[in-house]
Design a protein around this ligand. Structure first.
Ligand code: FES
Ligand code: FE
Length: 404
């Protein structure tokens, strides 16, 4: 008599339990907060990342990021921030005034001798402005050393790679994009981004019709090289779908072109040459050569709340000269922004929202039935469990902690 080993769902989840616990995101990582042009000189702007309210300020060309929660009575200072003196923010309620460099309580408008002054502070965040965006490092106040931003972004492709296209971190890159909020947990968004089985939702997209793109019904891993894991002690950590043939012509995915039982065939005739997806910690997608050759598409899924994320959609081009740059920007403004970031990606947005009720409270992670097409999703979860620099806790006011 054979004795079958039945693995319970809780055993299964132990393989990547930190990922299951990461409802509020991964801490000690860099996240985009705003596009550079969304924060003008002298402005304050508020964002939420991994449940943390953050106030951004640009002053005399310098950027600051500080906790957007006054330590006096906890209000968000961004409701009406004052700045009476350089490098400070004064809370609109009772005048607690903080130094933007170090978060220290420097004075109180109506109580300049209060002993709290110099003895209380709020959190400040490392901030970096690069690649058209303002990034904030969200994590433990004492986390050191803060890793370079580039460790949390996809690395450049090798110049010799036959399907090379310019990375957003490379000189001369032209990057454009938008961001908006999605109504699901950030993990569902990530897993949709590089899911090799989800192309059905894009089947009737106008972009597919306009370019007669060859869209398979799905992609099935057929060798143990279908998925590559990129692990490094000193660089980005990621996982890639190898949907491009090796130089010797070997394929690692089988493109499913027909389901005879359902009488459904793949559409389109123009192959998407060089299209390859990869996902990088803490949740950055790169789609190489999409929507067409020579363009890299990126998506960031920034956790904001347990059932919300900020969805960043970017494309990087490699303009030959100023004239070419103008042409690309025109094409982006009048066509690609609508056709790719809205029509095409809107389908992903509602698909993620549709998963949220099942995964609410973690039930979905227990009850889901993942198949062979989901191998890379399991690989991603394990990768995060191994390499996340920390798992973000729920905000204090939600987890009932009495720490203040
Ligand atoms: Fe900010 Fe009182 S709540 S000063
Ligand atoms: Fe998609």
């Amino acid at each position: 008599m054979s004795t079958a080993v039945i693995r319970s769902s809780s055993q299964k989840n132990k393989q990547y339990q930190p990922y299951i616990d990461a409802k509020w995101g991964l801490k000690n990582h860099w996240y985009p907060a705003l596009f550079s042009d969304e924060l003008k000189e002298g402005e304050f702007k508020a964002v939420t990342i991994c449940g943390e309210p953050i106030l951004l300020r640009r002053e005399n060309g310098k950027l600051y990021a500080i906790e957007d929660r006054c330590c006096h009575r906890g209000v968000r200072m961004s409701k009406k921030p004052f700045s009476f003196k350089p490098c400070t923010v004064t809370c609109w309620y009772h005048g607690f005034t903080y130094n933007l460099e170090n978060g220290r309580l420097d004075t109180i408008l109506a109580a300049p001798n209060d002993p709290l002054i110099g003895n209380a502070s709020i959190k400040v965040y490392p901030v970096s402005e690069k690649y058209t965006m303002i990034f904030v490092f969200v994590g433990d106040a004492d986390y050191a050393p803060v890793p370079p931003l580039e460790h949390d972004l996809p690395p450049p492709l090798e110049k010799e790679y036959v399907n090379y296209c310019k990375n957003l971190t490379e000189d001369g890159a032209l990057t454009v994009g938008i961001h908006r909020s999605g109504e699901s947990n950030w993990r569902l968004a990530v897993e949709n981004g590089f899911d090799p089985g989800h192309v059905l939702i894009h089947w009737k997209s106008p972009l597919v019709y306009a370019h007669n793109l060859a869209v398979p019904l799905g992609a099935r891993p057929i060798t143990d090289k279908a998925v590559s894991i990129i692990e490094s002690d000193d660089g980005p950590i990621g996982i890639r779908n190898n949907t491009v043939a090796d130089p010797d012509g070997t394929w690692h995915y089988d493109l499913v072109l027909e389901n005879k039982e359902l009488g459904v065939k793949a559409v389109g005739g123009n192959p998407m040459i060089g299209l390859r997806t990869s996902m990088w910690l803490p949740g950055v997608l790169r789609v190489e050569n999409f929507p067409f050759q020579g363009v890299n598409l990126y998506e960031f899924y920034v956790p904001t709340h347990e059932d919300k994320y900020e969805y960043w959609e970017l494309m990087t081009f490699d303009p030959k000269d100023e004239e070419d740059k103008k042409r690309i920007l025109d094409q982006y403004e009048h066509y690609l922004k609508k056709a790719v970031f809205h029509e095409f990606n809107d389908d992903d947005l509602w698909a993620r929202d549709a998963m949220q009720p099942f995964y609410q409270n973690g039930v979905g992670f227990e009850e889901e039935k993942l198949g062979e097409m989901d191998a890379i999703i399991i690989g991603w979860r394990k990768l995060v469990a191994r390499h996340a620099r920390g798992i973000q806790d729920a905000p204090k006011e939600l987890n009932g902690s009495s720490k203040c």
